[in-house]
Write a protein that binds this ligand. Structure first.
Ligand code: MAN
Length: 356
Protein backbone atom coordinates (compact mmCIF):
# COMPACT_ATOMS: atom_id res chain seq x y z
CA UNK A 1 0.00 0.00 0.00
CA UNK A 2 1.34 3.39 -0.92
CA UNK A 3 0.03 6.56 0.61
CA UNK A 4 0.07 9.30 -2.02
CA UNK A 5 3.15 11.49 -1.30
CA UNK A 6 1.05 14.62 -1.93
CA UNK A 7 -1.42 13.67 0.82
CA UNK A 8 -3.66 15.23 1.86
CA UNK A 9 -4.75 15.88 -1.72
CA UNK A 10 -7.72 18.14 -0.85
CA UNK A 11 -8.02 20.32 2.26
CA UNK A 12 -10.36 23.06 3.46
CA UNK A 13 -7.98 25.61 1.90
CA UNK A 14 -9.07 24.30 -1.53
CA UNK A 15 -12.79 24.81 -0.90
CA UNK A 16 -14.79 28.04 -1.12
CA UNK A 17 -17.61 28.34 1.42
CA UNK A 18 -21.07 28.02 -0.12
CA UNK A 19 -22.26 31.24 1.62
CA UNK A 20 -20.32 34.25 2.88
CA UNK A 21 -21.46 33.68 6.49
CA UNK A 22 -20.10 30.12 6.54
CA UNK A 23 -16.62 28.65 6.91
CA UNK A 24 -15.50 25.24 5.69
CA UNK A 25 -14.74 22.85 8.57
CA UNK A 26 -14.02 19.81 6.46
CA UNK A 27 -13.84 18.31 2.99
CA UNK A 28 -13.82 14.51 3.29
CA UNK A 29 -15.63 11.19 2.64
CA UNK A 30 -15.88 11.39 -1.16
CA UNK A 31 -17.44 9.13 -3.77
CA UNK A 32 -15.11 8.52 -6.72
CA UNK A 33 -15.45 7.61 -10.37
CA UNK A 34 -13.49 7.87 -13.60
CA UNK A 35 -15.67 9.37 -16.32
CA UNK A 36 -13.94 9.39 -19.70
CA UNK A 37 -10.43 10.60 -18.95
CA UNK A 38 -11.46 12.63 -15.94
CA UNK A 39 -11.42 11.60 -12.27
CA UNK A 40 -14.39 12.90 -10.32
CA UNK A 41 -14.59 13.04 -6.56
CA UNK A 42 -17.92 13.91 -5.03
CA UNK A 43 -16.89 15.34 -1.68
CA UNK A 44 -18.73 15.96 1.53
CA UNK A 45 -18.15 19.59 2.55
CA UNK A 46 -19.04 20.45 6.16
CA UNK A 47 -19.62 24.10 7.04
CA UNK A 48 -20.41 26.07 10.17
CA UNK A 49 -20.89 29.75 11.00
CA UNK A 50 -17.84 31.83 10.10
CA UNK A 51 -18.23 34.08 13.11
CA UNK A 52 -20.06 33.27 16.28
CA UNK A 53 -21.74 36.02 18.31
CA UNK A 54 -20.49 36.48 21.89
CA UNK A 55 -23.69 35.34 23.56
CA UNK A 56 -24.65 32.36 21.39
CA UNK A 57 -23.50 29.46 19.28
CA UNK A 58 -25.20 29.55 15.86
CA UNK A 59 -25.79 26.42 13.83
CA UNK A 60 -26.80 26.53 10.14
CA UNK A 61 -29.85 24.44 9.29
CA UNK A 62 -31.66 24.11 5.98
CA UNK A 63 -35.26 25.31 6.18
CA UNK A 64 -37.37 23.67 3.52
CA UNK A 65 -40.13 26.31 3.74
CA UNK A 66 -37.70 29.18 3.23
CA UNK A 67 -35.73 26.96 0.87
CA UNK A 68 -32.55 28.35 2.36
CA UNK A 69 -30.30 28.22 5.39
CA UNK A 70 -31.34 29.64 8.73
CA UNK A 71 -29.37 29.90 11.96
CA UNK A 72 -30.35 28.06 15.12
CA UNK A 73 -29.13 30.07 18.17
CA UNK A 74 -28.04 28.30 21.35
CA UNK A 75 -27.60 30.83 24.15
CA UNK A 76 -24.11 30.43 25.64
CA UNK A 77 -25.38 30.88 29.18
CA UNK A 78 -27.63 27.83 28.76
CA UNK A 79 -25.12 25.60 27.00
CA UNK A 80 -23.40 24.14 30.07
CA UNK A 81 -26.57 22.98 31.75
CA UNK A 82 -28.43 21.84 28.61
CA UNK A 83 -25.88 20.40 26.21
CA UNK A 84 -22.92 18.05 26.07
CA UNK A 85 -20.46 19.48 23.53
CA UNK A 86 -17.60 17.03 24.10
CA UNK A 87 -17.87 15.50 20.59
CA UNK A 88 -16.70 17.93 17.87
CA UNK A 89 -19.28 16.48 15.44
CA UNK A 90 -22.50 16.79 17.41
CA UNK A 91 -24.22 18.36 20.37
CA UNK A 92 -26.07 16.07 22.75
CA UNK A 93 -28.97 17.05 24.92
CA UNK A 94 -28.18 16.38 28.58
CA UNK A 95 -30.48 14.54 30.98
CA UNK A 96 -32.61 12.63 28.50
CA UNK A 97 -32.68 9.47 30.58
CA UNK A 98 -31.08 6.35 29.20
CA UNK A 99 -31.07 7.41 25.54
CA UNK A 100 -28.20 9.64 24.44
CA UNK A 101 -29.96 12.00 22.09
CA UNK A 102 -28.23 14.10 19.45
CA UNK A 103 -29.81 17.54 19.48
CA UNK A 104 -27.77 19.25 16.74
CA UNK A 105 -24.87 18.61 14.41
CA UNK A 106 -22.11 21.21 14.73
CA UNK A 107 -22.01 21.70 10.94
CA UNK A 108 -24.12 21.18 7.85
CA UNK A 109 -22.70 19.19 4.92
CA UNK A 110 -23.37 19.45 1.21
CA UNK A 111 -21.98 17.61 -1.82
CA UNK A 112 -19.27 19.22 -3.97
CA UNK A 113 -17.55 17.94 -7.09
CA UNK A 114 -13.77 17.96 -7.59
CA UNK A 115 -12.18 17.18 -10.97
CA UNK A 116 -8.75 15.93 -12.00
CA UNK A 117 -6.88 14.62 -15.03
CA UNK A 118 -4.32 12.59 -13.05
CA UNK A 119 -6.27 11.40 -10.00
CA UNK A 120 -4.07 13.40 -7.61
CA UNK A 121 -4.33 17.11 -8.42
CA UNK A 122 -7.97 18.09 -8.03
CA UNK A 123 -9.84 21.32 -8.60
CA UNK A 124 -12.85 21.72 -6.36
CA UNK A 125 -15.88 23.36 -7.96
CA UNK A 126 -16.97 26.70 -6.54
CA UNK A 127 -20.55 25.72 -5.77
CA UNK A 128 -22.41 22.75 -4.29
CA UNK A 129 -23.34 20.08 -6.83
CA UNK A 130 -27.03 20.60 -6.06
CA UNK A 131 -29.13 22.40 -3.44
CA UNK A 132 -30.63 20.82 -0.33
CA UNK A 133 -34.14 19.57 -0.84
CA UNK A 134 -36.98 18.78 1.54
CA UNK A 135 -37.33 18.28 5.27
CA UNK A 136 -35.12 15.19 5.40
CA UNK A 137 -32.05 17.25 4.45
CA UNK A 138 -32.48 19.90 7.16
CA UNK A 139 -29.16 18.87 8.75
CA UNK A 140 -27.44 18.18 5.46
CA UNK A 141 -26.24 15.63 2.92
CA UNK A 142 -23.33 13.37 3.87
CA UNK A 143 -20.97 10.64 2.69
CA UNK A 144 -21.80 10.24 -1.03
CA UNK A 145 -21.00 7.05 -2.94
CA UNK A 146 -21.08 6.78 -6.73
CA UNK A 147 -21.92 3.58 -8.61
CA UNK A 148 -21.69 3.42 -12.38
CA UNK A 149 -24.42 1.05 -13.57
CA UNK A 150 -22.42 -0.65 -16.29
CA UNK A 151 -25.37 -2.04 -18.24
CA UNK A 152 -27.30 1.24 -18.23
CA UNK A 153 -24.68 3.97 -18.57
CA UNK A 154 -26.04 5.96 -15.63
CA UNK A 155 -24.66 6.79 -12.21
CA UNK A 156 -26.33 6.21 -8.85
CA UNK A 157 -25.32 8.58 -6.08
CA UNK A 158 -26.27 7.37 -2.63
CA UNK A 159 -25.78 9.69 0.34
CA UNK A 160 -27.09 10.18 3.87
CA UNK A 161 -29.90 12.70 4.23
CA UNK A 162 -29.78 13.97 7.80
CA UNK A 163 -32.41 15.80 9.82
CA UNK A 164 -33.80 15.81 13.36
CA UNK A 165 -35.97 12.80 12.44
CA UNK A 166 -33.00 10.65 11.51
CA UNK A 167 -30.18 9.71 9.17
CA UNK A 168 -31.52 8.08 6.00
CA UNK A 169 -29.92 6.86 2.79
CA UNK A 170 -31.12 8.80 -0.26
CA UNK A 171 -30.55 8.28 -3.97
CA UNK A 172 -29.85 10.50 -6.95
CA UNK A 173 -29.48 9.27 -10.53
CA UNK A 174 -27.52 11.09 -13.21
CA UNK A 175 -25.93 10.48 -16.58
CA UNK A 176 -23.76 13.56 -16.70
CA UNK A 177 -23.39 15.06 -13.18
CA UNK A 178 -25.41 18.05 -14.40
CA UNK A 179 -29.00 16.80 -14.44
CA UNK A 180 -30.24 14.73 -11.52
CA UNK A 181 -33.26 12.62 -10.83
CA UNK A 182 -34.00 12.73 -7.11
CA UNK A 183 -35.34 9.38 -6.00
CA UNK A 184 -35.49 10.44 -2.32
CA UNK A 185 -34.93 8.30 0.75
CA UNK A 186 -34.66 4.57 0.03
CA UNK A 187 -34.29 3.19 3.59
CA UNK A 188 -35.84 4.46 6.85
CA UNK A 189 -33.68 5.79 9.72
CA UNK A 190 -31.29 5.07 11.18
CA UNK A 191 -29.40 3.69 8.27
CA UNK A 192 -26.22 4.81 6.49
CA UNK A 193 -23.45 3.60 4.18
CA UNK A 194 -25.56 2.43 1.24
CA UNK A 195 -23.55 1.22 -1.73
CA UNK A 196 -25.31 -0.01 -4.85
CA UNK A 197 -23.71 -2.85 -6.82
CA UNK A 198 -22.56 -1.91 -10.34
CA UNK A 199 -24.34 -4.88 -11.96
CA UNK A 200 -27.72 -6.51 -11.53
CA UNK A 201 -27.80 -10.09 -10.25
CA UNK A 202 -30.58 -12.29 -11.66
CA UNK A 203 -32.41 -9.16 -12.81
CA UNK A 204 -32.32 -7.32 -9.48
CA UNK A 205 -30.35 -4.38 -8.13
CA UNK A 206 -28.36 -5.07 -4.95
CA UNK A 207 -27.19 -2.76 -2.18
CA UNK A 208 -25.21 -3.13 1.02
CA UNK A 209 -26.44 -0.90 3.84
CA UNK A 210 -25.98 -0.42 7.56
CA UNK A 211 -29.06 -0.10 9.80
CA UNK A 212 -28.50 0.92 13.44
CA UNK A 213 -30.71 -1.07 15.79
CA UNK A 214 -31.33 0.65 19.11
CA UNK A 215 -31.92 -2.42 21.29
CA UNK A 216 -31.49 -5.86 19.75
CA UNK A 217 -28.62 -6.11 17.27
CA UNK A 218 -25.61 -4.02 16.35
CA UNK A 219 -24.63 -1.58 13.54
CA UNK A 220 -23.85 -4.37 11.04
CA UNK A 221 -23.76 -4.67 7.25
CA UNK A 222 -26.86 -5.98 5.45
CA UNK A 223 -27.71 -6.61 1.80
CA UNK A 224 -31.06 -5.97 0.09
CA UNK A 225 -32.45 -6.23 -3.42
CA UNK A 226 -34.69 -4.05 -5.56
CA UNK A 227 -36.42 -4.36 -8.93
CA UNK A 228 -36.33 -0.59 -9.55
CA UNK A 229 -33.79 1.06 -7.14
CA UNK A 230 -36.76 2.49 -5.18
CA UNK A 231 -38.35 -0.48 -3.39
CA UNK A 232 -35.89 -2.54 -1.34
CA UNK A 233 -36.53 -5.90 0.30
CA UNK A 234 -35.19 -9.42 0.84
CA UNK A 235 -33.00 -8.04 3.66
CA UNK A 236 -30.14 -10.30 4.69
CA UNK A 237 -27.45 -9.94 7.28
CA UNK A 238 -23.94 -9.96 5.77
CA UNK A 239 -21.42 -9.17 8.46
CA UNK A 240 -21.48 -8.25 12.13
CA UNK A 241 -19.12 -6.24 14.29
CA UNK A 242 -16.46 -8.28 16.05
CA UNK A 243 -16.46 -9.07 19.76
CA UNK A 244 -13.12 -7.36 20.25
CA UNK A 245 -10.54 -5.37 18.36
CA UNK A 246 -10.55 -2.76 15.63
CA UNK A 247 -14.13 -3.33 14.39
CA UNK A 248 -16.03 -3.98 17.61
CA UNK A 249 -18.01 -0.71 17.56
CA UNK A 250 -19.61 -0.38 14.14
CA UNK A 251 -18.97 -1.39 10.55
CA UNK A 252 -20.35 -0.07 7.27
CA UNK A 253 -19.74 -0.32 3.55
CA UNK A 254 -17.16 1.96 2.03
CA UNK A 255 -16.67 1.68 -1.71
CA UNK A 256 -19.38 0.17 -3.97
CA UNK A 257 -18.22 -3.44 -4.48
CA UNK A 258 -16.01 -4.38 -7.41
CA UNK A 259 -16.87 -7.44 -9.48
CA UNK A 260 -13.97 -9.92 -9.63
CA UNK A 261 -13.96 -13.51 -10.90
CA UNK A 262 -13.69 -14.80 -7.31
CA UNK A 263 -16.40 -12.63 -5.80
CA UNK A 264 -17.44 -9.08 -4.94
CA UNK A 265 -14.51 -7.19 -3.46
CA UNK A 266 -15.89 -5.00 -0.73
CA UNK A 267 -13.83 -2.33 1.04
CA UNK A 268 -15.60 -1.20 4.21
CA UNK A 269 -14.92 0.69 7.43
CA UNK A 270 -14.79 -0.65 10.95
CA UNK A 271 -14.62 1.44 14.11
CA UNK A 272 -13.84 0.35 17.64
CA UNK A 273 -15.85 1.50 20.64
CA UNK A 274 -13.52 4.50 20.98
CA UNK A 275 -14.41 5.68 17.45
CA UNK A 276 -11.11 4.85 15.79
CA UNK A 277 -12.04 4.16 12.15
CA UNK A 278 -10.02 1.80 9.91
CA UNK A 279 -10.63 0.22 6.51
CA UNK A 280 -11.19 -3.50 6.02
CA UNK A 281 -11.67 -5.82 3.05
CA UNK A 282 -13.93 -8.80 2.39
CA UNK A 283 -14.95 -10.90 -0.57
CA UNK A 284 -18.58 -11.97 -0.91
CA UNK A 285 -20.10 -14.58 -3.20
CA UNK A 286 -21.07 -13.33 -6.67
CA UNK A 287 -24.63 -14.71 -6.43
CA UNK A 288 -25.24 -15.16 -2.70
CA UNK A 289 -24.05 -11.74 -1.67
CA UNK A 290 -24.63 -12.35 2.05
CA UNK A 291 -22.05 -15.13 1.99
CA UNK A 292 -18.56 -13.99 2.95
CA UNK A 293 -15.92 -16.04 1.14
CA UNK A 294 -12.89 -14.31 2.63
CA UNK A 295 -12.26 -11.50 5.06
CA UNK A 296 -9.06 -9.76 6.06
CA UNK A 297 -8.52 -10.15 9.79
CA UNK A 298 -6.48 -6.94 10.03
CA UNK A 299 -7.32 -3.49 8.66
CA UNK A 300 -5.92 -2.66 5.23
CA UNK A 301 -5.57 0.99 6.28
CA UNK A 302 -5.35 2.46 9.78
CA UNK A 303 -5.11 6.08 10.94
CA UNK A 304 -1.35 6.47 11.36
CA UNK A 305 -0.16 9.50 9.35
CA UNK A 306 -0.48 12.83 11.19
CA UNK A 307 -3.21 14.02 8.78
CA UNK A 308 -5.22 10.92 9.77
CA UNK A 309 -4.65 11.04 13.52
CA UNK A 310 -5.15 14.81 13.86
CA UNK A 311 -7.94 17.00 12.58
CA UNK A 312 -11.58 17.82 13.15
CA UNK A 313 -12.17 14.29 14.46
CA UNK A 314 -8.82 12.53 14.75
CA UNK A 315 -8.13 8.83 14.31
CA UNK A 316 -10.41 8.36 11.31
CA UNK A 317 -9.87 6.92 7.83
CA UNK A 318 -13.23 6.60 6.10
CA UNK A 319 -13.75 5.77 2.44
CA UNK A 320 -16.73 6.25 0.15
CA UNK A 321 -14.95 5.78 -3.18
CA UNK A 322 -12.14 4.22 -5.14
CA UNK A 323 -11.05 3.68 -8.73
CA UNK A 324 -9.79 0.32 -9.98
CA UNK A 325 -7.47 0.59 -13.00
CA UNK A 326 -5.00 -1.98 -14.33
CA UNK A 327 -5.16 -4.09 -11.15
CA UNK A 328 -4.41 -1.09 -8.96
CA UNK A 329 -7.01 0.24 -6.59
CA UNK A 330 -6.85 3.93 -5.69
CA UNK A 331 -8.76 4.43 -2.47
CA UNK A 332 -9.86 8.00 -1.79
CA UNK A 333 -10.64 8.53 1.85
CA UNK A 334 -11.59 11.10 4.41
CA UNK A 335 -8.80 11.67 6.93
CA UNK A 336 -9.77 12.88 10.43
CA UNK A 337 -13.10 14.14 9.03
CA UNK A 338 -11.58 17.25 7.45
CA UNK A 339 -9.42 16.37 4.42
CA UNK A 340 -9.14 13.92 1.53
CA UNK A 341 -6.24 11.55 1.03
CA UNK A 342 -5.43 8.76 -1.39
CA UNK A 343 -3.79 5.35 -0.95
CA UNK A 344 -2.98 2.91 -3.72
CA UNK A 345 -3.21 -0.88 -3.36
CA UNK A 346 -2.28 -3.62 -5.79
CA UNK A 347 -4.93 -6.30 -6.22
CA UNK A 348 -2.30 -8.89 -5.22
CA UNK A 349 -1.79 -7.34 -1.80
CA UNK A 350 -5.54 -7.13 -1.25
CA UNK A 351 -5.78 -10.82 -2.19
CA UNK A 352 -3.04 -11.58 0.33
CA UNK A 353 -4.75 -9.53 3.04
CA UNK A 354 -7.97 -11.49 2.41
CA UNK A 355 -6.15 -14.75 3.10
CA UNK A 356 -4.88 -13.61 6.53
C1 MAN B 1 -19.82 8.64 11.03
C2 MAN B 1 -19.80 8.55 9.53
C3 MAN B 1 -18.85 9.52 8.87
C4 MAN B 1 -17.71 9.99 9.71
C5 MAN B 1 -17.43 9.04 10.84
C6 MAN B 1 -16.31 9.50 11.76
O1 MAN B 1 -20.29 7.43 11.53
O2 MAN B 1 -21.08 8.69 9.00
O3 MAN B 1 -19.56 10.61 8.36
O4 MAN B 1 -16.58 10.17 8.92
O5 MAN B 1 -18.59 8.87 11.62
O6 MAN B 1 -16.63 10.68 12.43
Amino acid sequence: MIREPKNPIITTANVKPSHDFLKVDGVFNCGAVKMGDEYLLLCRVAESCAEQPEDAVCIPIYDEVLDGLKLERLARKEIDCLYDMSDSRMIYKKNTGSIRKIKYLTSISHLRLARSRDGVNFTVEEKPLLPFSGRYERWGMEDPRITYLEEEGRYCITYTAVSEVGAMPALLITEDFQNFQRIGCIFPPENKDVVIFPRKIRGLYYAFHRPVPSEIGMPDIWVSTSPDLIHWGNHRHVCGVSEEGWENGRIGSGIPPFWTKEGWLHIYHGADTRNRYCLGAMLTDLENTDKILKKASKPILEPEASYETEGFFGGVVFTCGGVLENSRLSVYYGAADDKIAKAEFSMEEIQQALEQ
